[in-house]
Design a protein around this ligand. Structure first.
Ligand SMILES: Nc1ncnc2c1ncn2[C@@H]1O[C@H](COP(=O)(O)OP(=O)(O)OP(=O)(O)O)[C@@H](O)[C@H]1O
Ligand SMILES: [Mg+2]
Length: 450
């Protein structure tokens, strides 16, 4: 039940209002500012205040000013015996929402309460919420001990030329870290990433080292390799565990001599390239199976940075959530200011097989679904893991409208099913009117059974 505070020195009025509204609202009454403040401090969830402009000896406007300062989120309606006057206008200027004239009519009271009462869920972040303040990014979000440790290493190793190997499950932020290492290296050349798993094995060598015209069939012109493109900068060998044994030997030689030769060429090219590599495979296992050269491993792992899985650093969940909510809220032009604490619990107890990448997708969807100022548990769709058909939703669409429409259709279908195709119930569950629901059913060509 919504709680209303009536501040009026007319005790009889207070009593009668309290009685008339008893079955709809919990009405607290105060006949002095002191008592009003006591109630406000002890009852954090007051939805609306009625305040008499003339309050015995004390001035209602002063109290209004103080209330607006100390409890800015609670709407205040003034009660006045004199209709429009300068005082009423002044009270509106000071932040009152509206005014009622005495004698007070119960119907009017109810109308005003319903019109102006604070929507607890959306307008403020109550006790069950945390505020979504701006998380300013220094590139890599995280406050956990493990991440602080990682960032310390990044800061120390970046300005050196030491090769860095970044290990961690998929989606833990390896590429982001590689980027940071380059950024903080002060190296003027480019950051050149190459995903060794994405390029067919027999093409990888020419991609890395470049080739001369006629080096192989199809080589109609000479082309520089990624190492050359990274001259003076950083090459990022992603998924280094995927490199064939043959190419591993050549790579080792290049790293040892700091020189390359184009395929089909003889000229040696001197390199000044910082190497950063990443893998989500356990290199030690690859070495046990004789699939990865130990000498190459030692070459690339001057410093190893291990990125922990998201499930092992729940302390970072809240910050990551705020960070991504900010990003997507901006993108979708929504103002989301509150995050339900239950959401943090839900996000913290999930296993995140896709780590931060999956987390980011879940928050994207949640922000898209949010219809008010808060992210609620029902906005969190955790089934979007890599193994689920819905995965990749974020990128499979050409624009936001398409994505929203697809999600909307899916939600309507699910709601129809779970409400046994009862239209009013479905509309209620979705928080839209029946007319709107009907229009959408038509728009999406949804067939209603029965
Ligand atoms: N700590 C973080 N702070 C902010 N964004 C992050 C963080 N970690 C990861 N991300 C974001 O998550 C996504 C996945 O990160 P990234 O591509 O770096 O992962 P990865 O470890 O290289 O994954 P894979 O092994 O699948 O290639 C990116 O959009 C990245 O920006
Ligand atoms: Mg990656």
């Amino acid at each position: 039940m919504d709680k209303i505070l009536l501040i009026d020195d007319d005790e009889a009025l207070g009593y009668s209002i309290k009685r008339s509204l008893a079955d709809r609202y919990l009405v607290e009454t105060a006949d002095t500012p002191r008592l009003a403040y006591e109630i406000l401090h002890n009852t954090p969830d007051i939805s609306l205040i009625f305040l008499d402009i003339r309050l015995g000896d004390s001035n209602g406007l002063h109290l209004l000013e103080r209330i607006k300062k100390d409890f800015p989120d609670i709407p205040v309606i003034m009660i006045t015996a004199f209709g429009t006057s300068d005082t009423v206008l002044e009270s509106i200027r000071l932040g009152a929402k509206d005014f009622l004239t005495k004698p007070v009519n119960i119907e009017d009271l109810i109308e005003y309460i319903e019109k102006y009462k604070k929507n607890k869920r959306f307008e403020i972040c109550g006790n069950e919420y945390v505020k979504v303040e701006d998380v300013t990014s220094k590139g890599f979000i995280g406050i956990s001990k493990d991440i602080r440790e990682v960032l310390k290493i990044v800061a120390n190793v970046s300005p050196t030329k030491t090769p860095v190997l970044i290990v961690g499950e998929s989606g833990t932020g390896k590429e982001l870290i590689a980027n940071m290492i380059h950024k903080y290296s002060g190296r003027r050349g480019a950051f050149v990433p190459i995903n060794c798993a994405a390029i067919p094995r027999d093409l990888l060598e020419s991609e890395l080292f470049g080739y001369e015209k006629g080096a192989f069939s199809g080589a109609t012109a000479s082309k520089p390799g990624k190492f050359e493109l990274a001259q003076g900068g950083t090459i990022f060998l992603d998924e280094i565990g995927e490199i064939s044994k043959g190419l591993q030997s050549k790579l080792l030689r290049v790293l040892e001599t700091s020189e390359i030769e184009h395929l089909g060429g003889t000229k040696k090219i001197k390199l000044d390239v910082r190497l950063v590599a990443a893998t989500n495979k356990k290199i030690s296992e690859l070495m046990d199976e004789n699939l990865f050269r130990q000498d190459l491993y030692f070459r690339v792992s001057g410093v190893t940075i291990k990125l922990p899985a998201l499930r092992d650093r729940v302390e970072d969940i809240e910050q990551l959530a705020k960070y991504f909510i900010n990003i997507f809220a901006k993108e979708y032009k929504k103002s989301i200011t509150c995050l339900n604490k239950k959401v943090i619990d839900i996000l913290s107890s999930y296993t995140w097989p896709g780590n931060v990448r999956e987390f980011k997708n879940v928050i994207n969807t949640a922000v898209m679904l949010a219809d008010g100022k808060s992210i609620e548990p029902e906005h969190i769709k955790l089934n979007l893991t890599e193994n689920d058909p819905g995965y990749g939703r974020e990128t499979d669409f050409n624009n936001i409208n398409e994505a929203v429409e697809s999600l909307e259709k899916e939600m309507i279908l699910n709601a129809l099913k779970s409400n046994n195709f009862h239209l009013s119930k479905t509309a209620d569950a979705l928080g839209i009117s029946r007319v709107t629901l009907n229009a959408k059913i038509k728009k999406y060509g949804i067939k209603i059974k029965g």
